[in-house]
Design a protein around this ligand. Structure first.
Ligand SMILES: Nc1ncnc2c1ncn2[C@@H]1O[C@H](COP(=O)(O)OP(=O)(O)OP(=O)(O)O)[C@@H](O)[C@H]1O
Ligand SMILES: CC(=O)N[C@H]1[C@@H]2OC[C@@H](O2)[C@@H](O)[C@@H]1O[C@H](C)C(=O)O
Length: 378
Protein backbone atom coordinates (compact mmCIF):
# COMPACT_ATOMS: atom_id res chain seq x y z
CA UNK A 1 0.00 0.00 0.00
CA UNK A 2 2.87 2.33 0.84
CA UNK A 3 4.95 1.27 -2.15
CA UNK A 4 5.83 4.85 -2.98
CA UNK A 5 6.19 6.17 0.52
CA UNK A 6 9.95 5.92 0.49
CA UNK A 7 12.39 6.70 -2.31
CA UNK A 8 14.17 4.04 -4.33
CA UNK A 9 17.05 2.57 -2.32
CA UNK A 10 20.49 3.98 -3.09
CA UNK A 11 23.95 2.59 -2.45
CA UNK A 12 25.59 4.78 0.18
CA UNK A 13 29.01 4.84 1.77
CA UNK A 14 29.56 6.15 5.28
CA UNK A 15 32.80 7.21 6.95
CA UNK A 16 33.37 7.96 10.61
CA UNK A 17 36.38 8.84 12.71
CA UNK A 18 35.35 9.23 16.31
CA UNK A 19 36.53 10.67 19.56
CA UNK A 20 38.75 7.67 20.30
CA UNK A 21 41.13 8.92 17.59
CA UNK A 22 41.70 5.30 16.56
CA UNK A 23 41.08 5.60 12.83
CA UNK A 24 38.53 5.86 10.03
CA UNK A 25 35.70 3.32 9.68
CA UNK A 26 33.92 2.82 6.37
CA UNK A 27 30.75 0.91 5.52
CA UNK A 28 28.51 0.44 2.50
CA UNK A 29 24.76 -0.01 2.72
CA UNK A 30 21.80 0.13 0.40
CA UNK A 31 19.02 2.18 1.90
CA UNK A 32 15.89 4.16 1.14
CA UNK A 33 16.57 6.28 4.22
CA UNK A 34 13.93 4.44 6.25
CA UNK A 35 15.27 0.90 6.39
CA UNK A 36 18.43 -0.84 5.25
CA UNK A 37 17.83 -2.99 2.21
CA UNK A 38 21.37 -4.43 2.16
CA UNK A 39 24.32 -4.37 4.51
CA UNK A 40 27.48 -4.31 2.39
CA UNK A 41 31.13 -4.66 3.27
CA UNK A 42 32.95 -2.66 5.93
CA UNK A 43 36.56 -1.58 6.36
CA UNK A 44 38.87 0.46 8.55
CA UNK A 45 42.01 2.50 8.27
CA UNK A 46 43.78 3.02 11.60
CA UNK A 47 45.54 6.28 12.36
CA UNK A 48 49.31 6.06 12.77
CA UNK A 49 50.82 7.21 16.06
CA UNK A 50 51.94 10.44 14.37
CA UNK A 51 48.43 11.05 13.05
CA UNK A 52 46.98 10.52 16.53
CA UNK A 53 49.49 12.99 17.94
CA UNK A 54 48.52 15.53 15.30
CA UNK A 55 44.85 15.07 16.22
CA UNK A 56 45.59 15.46 19.93
CA UNK A 57 47.40 18.71 19.05
CA UNK A 58 44.47 19.85 16.91
CA UNK A 59 42.04 19.15 19.76
CA UNK A 60 44.14 21.37 22.02
CA UNK A 61 44.37 24.15 19.42
CA UNK A 62 40.61 24.02 18.79
CA UNK A 63 39.76 24.99 22.38
CA UNK A 64 39.94 28.72 21.66
CA UNK A 65 37.98 28.64 18.39
CA UNK A 66 35.01 30.97 18.05
CA UNK A 67 34.55 30.54 14.28
CA UNK A 68 33.79 27.01 13.10
CA UNK A 69 35.47 27.66 9.75
CA UNK A 70 38.79 28.96 11.16
CA UNK A 71 41.76 26.56 11.10
CA UNK A 72 44.52 28.12 13.24
CA UNK A 73 47.51 26.26 14.69
CA UNK A 74 47.60 22.57 13.86
CA UNK A 75 43.99 22.52 12.65
CA UNK A 76 44.81 23.14 8.97
CA UNK A 77 47.38 20.35 8.93
CA UNK A 78 45.03 18.02 10.79
CA UNK A 79 42.19 18.76 8.35
CA UNK A 80 44.46 18.00 5.38
CA UNK A 81 45.52 14.75 7.05
CA UNK A 82 41.90 13.74 7.75
CA UNK A 83 40.85 14.54 4.18
CA UNK A 84 43.76 12.45 2.85
CA UNK A 85 42.89 9.60 5.21
CA UNK A 86 39.21 9.64 4.13
CA UNK A 87 40.15 9.80 0.41
CA UNK A 88 42.59 6.94 0.82
CA UNK A 89 40.05 4.88 2.76
CA UNK A 90 37.42 5.34 0.02
CA UNK A 91 39.92 4.57 -2.76
CA UNK A 92 41.18 1.38 -1.10
CA UNK A 93 37.67 0.27 -0.13
CA UNK A 94 36.29 0.67 -3.66
CA UNK A 95 39.29 -0.97 -5.35
CA UNK A 96 37.91 -4.18 -6.83
CA UNK A 97 34.36 -3.01 -6.07
CA UNK A 98 33.98 -0.80 -9.13
CA UNK A 99 30.54 -2.28 -9.78
CA UNK A 100 29.07 -0.78 -6.62
CA UNK A 101 26.89 2.09 -7.88
CA UNK A 102 27.74 4.46 -5.01
CA UNK A 103 25.26 7.35 -5.12
CA UNK A 104 26.44 9.23 -2.06
CA UNK A 105 29.15 9.30 0.61
CA UNK A 106 28.22 10.51 4.09
CA UNK A 107 31.22 11.73 6.07
CA UNK A 108 31.44 12.75 9.69
CA UNK A 109 34.93 14.29 9.73
CA UNK A 110 36.87 14.70 12.96
CA UNK A 111 35.25 16.54 15.84
CA UNK A 112 37.78 18.87 17.46
CA UNK A 113 35.36 21.09 19.36
CA UNK A 114 31.77 20.61 20.46
CA UNK A 115 30.15 23.44 22.39
CA UNK A 116 26.48 23.47 21.43
CA UNK A 117 25.55 26.08 24.03
CA UNK A 118 27.72 28.52 22.05
CA UNK A 119 26.20 27.13 18.83
CA UNK A 120 29.62 25.80 17.93
CA UNK A 121 30.54 22.33 16.69
CA UNK A 122 33.61 21.77 14.54
CA UNK A 123 34.39 18.73 12.39
CA UNK A 124 37.56 18.70 10.32
CA UNK A 125 37.10 17.55 6.70
CA UNK A 126 37.54 19.33 3.37
CA UNK A 127 34.44 17.97 1.65
CA UNK A 128 35.10 19.77 -1.66
CA UNK A 129 38.55 18.23 -1.96
CA UNK A 130 37.16 14.84 -0.98
CA UNK A 131 34.32 14.97 -3.54
CA UNK A 132 36.83 15.99 -6.22
CA UNK A 133 39.30 13.28 -5.31
CA UNK A 134 36.82 10.43 -5.14
CA UNK A 135 34.51 11.72 -7.89
CA UNK A 136 31.45 11.11 -5.71
CA UNK A 137 28.67 13.18 -4.14
CA UNK A 138 29.62 13.90 -0.53
CA UNK A 139 27.28 14.83 2.32
CA UNK A 140 29.09 16.41 5.27
CA UNK A 141 28.52 18.77 8.21
CA UNK A 142 25.64 16.73 9.54
CA UNK A 143 25.72 18.47 12.93
CA UNK A 144 25.80 22.12 11.82
CA UNK A 145 22.13 22.79 11.08
CA UNK A 146 21.00 21.16 14.30
CA UNK A 147 23.35 23.24 16.44
CA UNK A 148 22.39 26.40 14.52
CA UNK A 149 18.74 25.62 15.35
CA UNK A 150 19.55 25.33 19.06
CA UNK A 151 20.00 21.55 19.20
CA UNK A 152 22.85 19.64 20.82
CA UNK A 153 24.14 18.50 17.40
CA UNK A 154 24.68 15.04 18.94
CA UNK A 155 24.04 12.21 19.07
CA UNK A 156 23.12 11.71 15.41
CA UNK A 157 23.12 7.93 15.21
CA UNK A 158 19.83 7.29 17.15
CA UNK A 159 17.60 7.36 14.06
CA UNK A 160 19.80 4.59 12.65
CA UNK A 161 19.67 2.62 15.92
CA UNK A 162 15.90 2.93 15.63
CA UNK A 163 15.93 1.50 12.09
CA UNK A 164 18.11 -1.40 13.26
CA UNK A 165 15.90 -2.15 16.26
CA UNK A 166 12.76 -1.95 14.14
CA UNK A 167 14.17 -4.39 11.57
CA UNK A 168 15.27 -6.78 14.32
CA UNK A 169 11.75 -6.74 15.80
CA UNK A 170 13.13 -6.02 19.29
CA UNK A 171 10.54 -5.66 21.98
CA UNK A 172 10.39 -2.06 23.23
CA UNK A 173 11.62 -0.35 25.21
CA UNK A 174 15.14 -1.17 24.21
CA UNK A 175 18.35 0.79 24.78
CA UNK A 176 21.36 0.85 22.49
CA UNK A 177 24.58 1.93 24.18
CA UNK A 178 27.46 3.03 22.01
CA UNK A 179 30.73 2.87 23.92
CA UNK A 180 33.09 4.94 21.78
CA UNK A 181 35.44 7.60 23.16
CA UNK A 182 32.35 9.19 24.67
CA UNK A 183 29.37 6.88 25.38
CA UNK A 184 25.82 7.55 24.32
CA UNK A 185 22.46 5.85 24.74
CA UNK A 186 19.47 5.59 22.43
CA UNK A 187 16.16 4.61 24.05
CA UNK A 188 13.50 3.28 21.69
CA UNK A 189 9.98 2.96 23.05
CA UNK A 190 6.56 2.03 21.64
CA UNK A 191 5.45 3.72 18.42
CA UNK A 192 8.96 4.80 17.43
CA UNK A 193 9.42 6.94 20.56
CA UNK A 194 13.04 8.05 20.70
CA UNK A 195 15.29 9.53 23.36
CA UNK A 196 19.06 9.81 23.19
CA UNK A 197 21.97 11.56 24.85
CA UNK A 198 25.63 11.21 25.77
CA UNK A 199 25.98 9.35 29.06
CA UNK A 200 29.59 10.26 29.95
CA UNK A 201 32.91 8.63 29.21
CA UNK A 202 33.18 5.61 26.99
CA UNK A 203 36.78 4.61 26.42
CA UNK A 204 38.40 8.05 26.21
CA UNK A 205 39.54 8.37 29.83
CA UNK A 206 40.68 4.75 29.96
CA UNK A 207 42.57 5.15 26.67
CA UNK A 208 44.23 8.34 27.95
CA UNK A 209 45.20 6.69 31.25
CA UNK A 210 46.76 3.69 29.51
CA UNK A 211 48.48 5.87 26.91
CA UNK A 212 49.97 8.13 29.57
CA UNK A 213 51.40 5.19 31.51
CA UNK A 214 52.38 2.77 28.77
CA UNK A 215 52.28 4.54 25.38
CA UNK A 216 49.72 1.92 24.28
CA UNK A 217 46.44 3.26 22.87
CA UNK A 218 44.00 1.11 24.92
CA UNK A 219 43.49 -1.47 27.64
CA UNK A 220 43.37 -4.27 25.09
CA UNK A 221 40.75 -6.89 25.99
CA UNK A 222 40.52 -5.29 29.42
CA UNK A 223 43.69 -7.08 30.51
CA UNK A 224 44.83 -4.27 32.82
CA UNK A 225 41.43 -3.74 34.41
CA UNK A 226 41.09 -7.50 34.94
CA UNK A 227 44.21 -7.57 37.08
CA UNK A 228 43.29 -4.46 39.08
CA UNK A 229 40.62 -3.59 41.61
CA UNK A 230 38.10 -0.76 41.64
CA UNK A 231 39.12 1.97 44.09
CA UNK A 232 35.80 3.14 45.56
CA UNK A 233 37.22 6.43 46.81
CA UNK A 234 38.58 7.29 43.36
CA UNK A 235 35.33 6.18 41.73
CA UNK A 236 33.35 8.47 44.00
CA UNK A 237 35.68 11.35 43.13
CA UNK A 238 35.25 10.70 39.41
CA UNK A 239 31.46 10.63 39.81
CA UNK A 240 31.54 13.83 41.85
CA UNK A 241 33.55 15.49 39.07
CA UNK A 242 30.81 14.70 36.53
CA UNK A 243 27.82 14.97 38.87
CA UNK A 244 26.34 18.12 37.31
CA UNK A 245 26.33 16.53 33.88
CA UNK A 246 24.98 13.21 35.16
CA UNK A 247 22.10 14.96 36.92
CA UNK A 248 21.28 17.21 33.97
CA UNK A 249 18.07 16.37 32.09
CA UNK A 250 18.56 15.44 28.43
CA UNK A 251 19.00 16.63 25.74
CA UNK A 252 22.71 16.82 26.47
CA UNK A 253 25.99 16.03 24.77
CA UNK A 254 29.67 16.15 25.59
CA UNK A 255 32.91 17.35 24.09
CA UNK A 256 35.72 14.81 24.48
CA UNK A 257 37.69 17.38 26.46
CA UNK A 258 34.79 17.91 28.89
CA UNK A 259 35.94 14.60 30.35
CA UNK A 260 38.88 14.47 32.69
CA UNK A 261 40.03 12.43 35.66
CA UNK A 262 41.30 15.48 37.55
CA UNK A 263 43.18 14.35 40.63
CA UNK A 264 40.88 11.38 41.23
CA UNK A 265 43.30 8.65 40.20
CA UNK A 266 46.40 10.05 41.86
CA UNK A 267 48.47 7.33 43.51
CA UNK A 268 46.59 4.46 41.87
CA UNK A 269 48.43 1.68 40.06
CA UNK A 270 47.96 1.36 36.31
CA UNK A 271 45.75 -1.70 36.83
CA UNK A 272 43.58 -0.23 39.60
CA UNK A 273 43.16 2.96 37.57
CA UNK A 274 42.00 0.91 34.57
CA UNK A 275 39.54 -1.08 36.71
CA UNK A 276 38.20 2.11 38.28
CA UNK A 277 37.78 3.89 34.92
CA UNK A 278 35.99 0.87 33.43
CA UNK A 279 33.61 0.91 36.35
CA UNK A 280 33.15 4.69 35.99
CA UNK A 281 32.02 4.29 32.37
CA UNK A 282 29.50 1.62 33.41
CA UNK A 283 28.21 3.69 36.36
CA UNK A 284 27.60 6.68 34.09
CA UNK A 285 25.63 4.50 31.66
CA UNK A 286 23.64 3.12 34.58
CA UNK A 287 22.84 6.60 35.86
CA UNK A 288 21.35 7.42 32.43
CA UNK A 289 18.39 5.25 33.50
CA UNK A 290 17.19 8.10 35.73
CA UNK A 291 16.38 10.12 32.62
CA UNK A 292 14.72 7.43 30.52
CA UNK A 293 10.91 7.45 30.20
CA UNK A 294 10.67 3.73 31.02
CA UNK A 295 13.20 1.05 32.00
CA UNK A 296 14.56 -0.76 28.94
CA UNK A 297 13.81 -4.47 28.71
CA UNK A 298 17.13 -5.01 27.01
CA UNK A 299 20.44 -3.21 26.51
CA UNK A 300 22.48 -3.61 23.34
CA UNK A 301 26.12 -2.61 23.53
CA UNK A 302 28.07 -1.48 20.47
CA UNK A 303 31.20 0.54 19.65
CA UNK A 304 34.77 -0.36 20.50
CA UNK A 305 33.95 -0.77 24.20
CA UNK A 306 31.91 -3.87 23.38
CA UNK A 307 35.23 -5.54 22.61
CA UNK A 308 36.47 -5.00 26.15
CA UNK A 309 35.25 -7.93 28.33
CA UNK A 310 35.93 -6.03 31.55
CA UNK A 311 33.81 -3.13 30.40
CA UNK A 312 31.03 -5.54 29.41
CA UNK A 313 31.23 -7.18 32.80
CA UNK A 314 31.03 -3.80 34.54
CA UNK A 315 28.01 -2.89 32.40
CA UNK A 316 26.31 -6.21 33.16
CA UNK A 317 26.84 -5.59 36.89
CA UNK A 318 25.54 -2.03 36.68
CA UNK A 319 22.46 -2.52 34.48
CA UNK A 320 19.27 -4.41 35.23
CA UNK A 321 17.64 -6.17 32.25
CA UNK A 322 19.14 -8.26 29.47
CA UNK A 323 22.46 -7.12 28.10
CA UNK A 324 23.74 -8.27 24.77
CA UNK A 325 26.27 -7.06 22.25
CA UNK A 326 25.27 -5.72 18.85
CA UNK A 327 27.40 -8.43 17.25
CA UNK A 328 25.39 -11.11 19.05
CA UNK A 329 22.31 -9.74 17.20
CA UNK A 330 24.13 -10.00 13.88
CA UNK A 331 24.86 -6.26 13.69
CA UNK A 332 28.39 -5.03 12.93
CA UNK A 333 28.94 -3.37 16.28
CA UNK A 334 32.18 -1.62 15.30
CA UNK A 335 30.71 -0.20 12.12
CA UNK A 336 27.29 1.02 13.20
CA UNK A 337 28.45 4.64 13.18
CA UNK A 338 29.95 4.34 9.68
CA UNK A 339 26.73 2.67 8.48
CA UNK A 340 24.77 5.42 10.22
CA UNK A 341 26.57 8.15 8.28
CA UNK A 342 25.68 6.37 5.03
CA UNK A 343 22.05 6.20 6.24
CA UNK A 344 22.05 9.85 7.34
CA UNK A 345 23.47 10.92 3.95
CA UNK A 346 20.67 9.07 2.15
CA UNK A 347 18.13 10.80 4.42
CA UNK A 348 19.80 14.15 3.89
CA UNK A 349 19.56 13.85 0.10
CA UNK A 350 15.82 13.34 0.48
CA UNK A 351 15.38 16.15 3.00
CA UNK A 352 14.29 13.63 5.65
CA UNK A 353 14.83 14.58 9.30
CA UNK A 354 18.00 13.35 10.97
CA UNK A 355 17.59 14.92 14.41
CA UNK A 356 14.57 15.12 16.68
CA UNK A 357 13.37 16.85 19.84
CA UNK A 358 14.05 13.62 21.78
CA UNK A 359 17.60 13.20 20.47
CA UNK A 360 19.24 16.61 20.24
CA UNK A 361 16.50 18.80 21.68
CA UNK A 362 16.01 20.57 18.38
CA UNK A 363 12.56 22.24 18.42
CA UNK A 364 11.18 20.03 15.61
CA UNK A 365 12.47 17.16 13.47
CA UNK A 366 15.18 18.61 11.29
CA UNK A 367 17.14 17.52 8.25
CA UNK A 368 20.82 18.35 7.98
CA UNK A 369 24.02 17.94 6.04
CA UNK A 370 25.63 19.89 3.20
CA UNK A 371 25.86 18.29 -0.23
CA UNK A 372 28.95 18.68 -2.40
CA UNK A 373 28.85 17.37 -5.96
CA UNK A 374 32.19 16.35 -7.48
CA UNK A 375 31.76 18.60 -10.51
CA UNK A 376 30.84 21.61 -8.36
CA UNK A 377 33.91 21.00 -6.23
CA UNK A 378 36.18 20.84 -9.31
N1 LIG B 1 40.02 -5.32 21.88
C1 LIG B 1 39.73 -4.22 22.56
N2 LIG B 1 39.93 -4.19 23.89
C2 LIG B 1 39.66 -3.09 24.62
N3 LIG B 1 39.20 -1.96 24.10
C3 LIG B 1 38.98 -1.92 22.78
C4 LIG B 1 39.23 -3.04 21.94
N4 LIG B 1 38.90 -2.69 20.67
C5 LIG B 1 38.47 -1.40 20.73
N5 LIG B 1 38.53 -0.94 21.99
C6 LIG B 1 38.19 0.41 22.47
O1 LIG B 1 37.32 1.03 21.56
C7 LIG B 1 37.84 2.30 21.16
C8 LIG B 1 37.35 2.61 19.78
O2 LIG B 1 35.97 2.64 19.82
P1 LIG B 1 35.10 3.27 18.67
O3 LIG B 1 35.74 3.01 17.37
O4 LIG B 1 33.70 2.86 18.91
O5 LIG B 1 35.25 4.79 19.04
P2 LIG B 1 34.96 6.08 18.21
O6 LIG B 1 34.10 5.76 17.04
O7 LIG B 1 36.26 6.73 17.98
O8 LIG B 1 34.21 6.94 19.28
P3 LIG B 1 32.87 7.80 19.33
O9 LIG B 1 31.71 6.85 19.29
O10 LIG B 1 33.03 8.45 20.62
O11 LIG B 1 32.87 8.73 18.19
C9 LIG B 1 39.34 2.18 21.30
O12 LIG B 1 39.94 3.43 21.49
C10 LIG B 1 39.43 1.29 22.54
O13 LIG B 1 39.33 2.05 23.70
C1 LIG C 1 30.29 15.99 18.76
C2 LIG C 1 30.64 14.57 18.50
O1 LIG C 1 31.38 14.27 17.59
N1 LIG C 1 30.06 13.68 19.31
C3 LIG C 1 30.23 12.24 19.16
C4 LIG C 1 30.97 11.69 20.37
O2 LIG C 1 31.21 10.29 20.20
C5 LIG C 1 30.11 9.57 20.77
C6 LIG C 1 29.20 10.65 21.26
O3 LIG C 1 30.12 11.72 21.49
C7 LIG C 1 28.20 11.10 20.18
O4 LIG C 1 27.43 12.13 20.71
C8 LIG C 1 28.89 11.62 18.92
O5 LIG C 1 29.05 10.66 17.92
C9 LIG C 1 28.10 9.80 17.42
C10 LIG C 1 28.57 9.31 16.09
C11 LIG C 1 26.69 10.40 17.23
O6 LIG C 1 26.55 11.57 16.92
O7 LIG C 1 25.73 9.63 17.35
Amino acid sequence: MHANKYAEPVTALGLMSGTSLDGVDIALIETDGHAVQRFGPVGERPFTLQERDLLRGALADAQTLTDRHARPGRLAEAEAMITDAYAETIRDFLAGRENEPVAVVGVHGQTVLHRPKDRLTVQLIDADALARRCGLTVVHDLRGADVAAGGQGAPLVPVFHQALARAAGLEPPVAVVNVGGVANVTWIGESDALMAFDTGPGNALLDDWVYRHTGEPMDRDGALAASGAVDERALAALEAGLSDYLAQQPPKSLDRLDLSTGEALEGLSLEDGAATLSSFTARCVASARDHLPEAPKSWIVCGGGARNPELLRALTDALPGDLTTADALGWRGDFIEAQAFAFLAARSLQGMPITFPGTTGVPRPLTGGSVTQPERAA
